[in-house]
Design a binder for this molecule. Structure first.
Ligand code: NDP
Length: 448
């Protein structure tokens, strides 16, 4: 899609000011492509440099993270927190530990998070953080020392009313526990609402672990319903084998679908009897091993392909749930040829712009990550509500809220796309619905 000429200078300035940050450019470009229709209908949204301000993070923090490994060597990593937009509430967004992390990646994630959080309808602003620390192969003691050092700097920028991180790639329940422990020690406060994704033993919410994956499946189910169909009897492919992928697979199965393949960063496994989720959980959540173990442990009907593209596996529903730009134009063409009906992004920006265009031109139902994976952060906001009221809800209560939020997000994207003359375009619908909510709040708050 072309960018409206009124918005071109804004993109040019973002590219100039954030040189070399390719993922951030990609995320901003995609949103600006959708906003042409908004400024055509409501020119006042282009006033007071509102869109320029939305593209500029409120605050960017970069810090040194020194720590001592098991052999006594001092290691240094770089920590980031980008506090993108607080018009709707405290900054909220995960922390990623992965060697690929840099400022541009954290900025793209924080930018996306701002619109995603707005879509949930809950009072949360957008932020994101992380480090180029590689947790793979590190002992539990090393992970703890790293998390403690990371939080030693980060804690001064957080607070339940200021900035509330959660997990993301490489950060799960274990890491959140270590970070919360260090925050509590440094501040001498039991401020449960300062982090989400906590364990149930110390203020976590039931269904938070499952929420992103389950939520993505709820979204796709609602999208399939617009074509009078559902998951029952359909074959899905889910990339990744982490938090989002595992609970996406679990819900697909609960809805009567089967999952043919899943992956990690080294390769993918195909199981002709449907992926055995208990085995994936054992390998990934308990043993913390490679997905190649799956084929070694369960020989019949399975095979493992190293470094191949999981999107070669034919399916009716594709749910990319690993990382950004993991599904290319070439993959999209293959999926379309193999008859894919719907694509739901569990990860953030996993499809390249080319891939998105190919899906949309082929009439494939396409749910962008900022809408489809919003269930995680929405349930984090429910965790904050429980912490604030010192309450603890049942799994069923929480999942019911999650399902209702996902239905609302779906409907609001669909209705917005319709209102702006692009029925069925969930990318446009999500970008505009998210933008309008943030923009209205920002206007009310004056030039900040
Ligand atoms: P995890 O760390 O639990 O799992 C990530 C999975 O993706 C692993 O299987 C990992 O394989 C694989 N992966 C990571 N990097 C790459 C890569 N460069 N190439 C191929 N595979 C890769 O993370 P999550 O499941 O939490 O996050 C997955 C995605 O979902 C991310 O885009 C994240 O931003 C997004 N997301 C997560 C939310 C959450 O609540 N956790 C909420 C909303 C979005 P390996 O083990 O080999 O590295």
């Amino acid at each position: 899609m072309q960018i409206d000429e009124k918005l071109e200078p804004i993109l040019a300035e973002v590219l100039r000011r954030n040189a070399g940050e390719a993922e951030f450019h990609q995320a901003v470009r995609e949103v600006l492509e959708s906003l042409g229709r908004v400024v055509a209908k409501h020119p006042d949204y282009a006033e007071d440099a509102l869109i320029e301000r939305i593209c500029e993070p409120e605050r960017q923090i970069i810090f040194r993270v020194p720590w001592v490994d098991d052999s006594g060597q001092v290691q240094i990593n770089r920590g980031f927190r980008v506090q993108f937009n607080s018009a709707l509430g405290p900054y909220k967004g995960g922390i990623r530990f992965h060697p690929s992390v840099n400022l541009g990646i954290i900025k793209f994630l924080g930018f996306e998070q701002t619109f995603k959080n707005a879509l949930t309808g809950l009072p949360i602003g957008g932020g994101k953080g992380g480090s180029d620390f590689n947790p793979r192969g590190r002992s539990d003691a090393e992970i703890m020392r790293f998390c403690q050092s990371f939080m030693t700097e980060l804690h001064r920028h957080l607070g339940e009313h200021t900035d509330v991180p959660a997990g993301d790639i490489g950060v799960g329940g274990r890491e959140i526990g270590y970070m919360f422990g260090q925050y509590k020690r440094l501040t001498n406060r039991y401020e449960a609402g300062v982090l989400t994704g906590k364990g149930l033993a110390y203020g976590g919410s039931r269904a938070r672990r499952e929420a992103t994956g389950y939520g993505a499946v709820y979204f796709v189910e609602r999208m399939l319903a617009t074509r009078g169909t559902d998951f029952a009897g359909k074959t899905a492919v889910v990339s990744g084998a982490g938090n989002v992928a595992i609970y996406t697979m679990e819900k697909i199965r609960a809805f009567g679908g089967s999952v043919a393949a899943c992956s990690d960063s080294t390769g993918y496994v195909v199981d002709e009897n449907g992926i055995d989720l208990d085995l994936v959980k054992e390998i990934k959540e308990v043993r913390r091993e490679r997905i190649s173990e799956y084929a070694r442990l369960k020989r019949t009907g399975t095979h493992y392909i190293e470094n191949g593209s999981i999107w070669d596996v034919p399916c009716q529903i594709a749910m990319p749930s690993a990382t950004q730009n993991e599904l290319t134009g070439k993959d999209a063409r293959k999926l379309v040829r193999n008859g894919v009906l719907a694509v739901g992004e569990g990860a953030n920006m996993p499809s390249t712009p080319d891939a998105v265009r190919i899906f949309q031109e082929a009439g494939v139902l396409f749910a962008p990550g900022k809408a489809a994976n919003a269930g995680g952060v929405a349930t984090s906001a429910l965790e904050m509500q429980q912490n604030a009221s010192r309450d603890s809800w049942t799994f069923e209560q929480t999942e019911e809220r999650l399902a209702a939020i996902m239905r609302n997000i779906h409907d609001s994207c669909a209705e917005t796309a319709e209102e702006y003359g692009a029925p069925g375009d969930y990318v446009l619908g999500a970008n505009i619905a998210g933008f309008v909510r943030v923009a209205q709040a920002m206007r009310a708050l004056g030039v900040t």
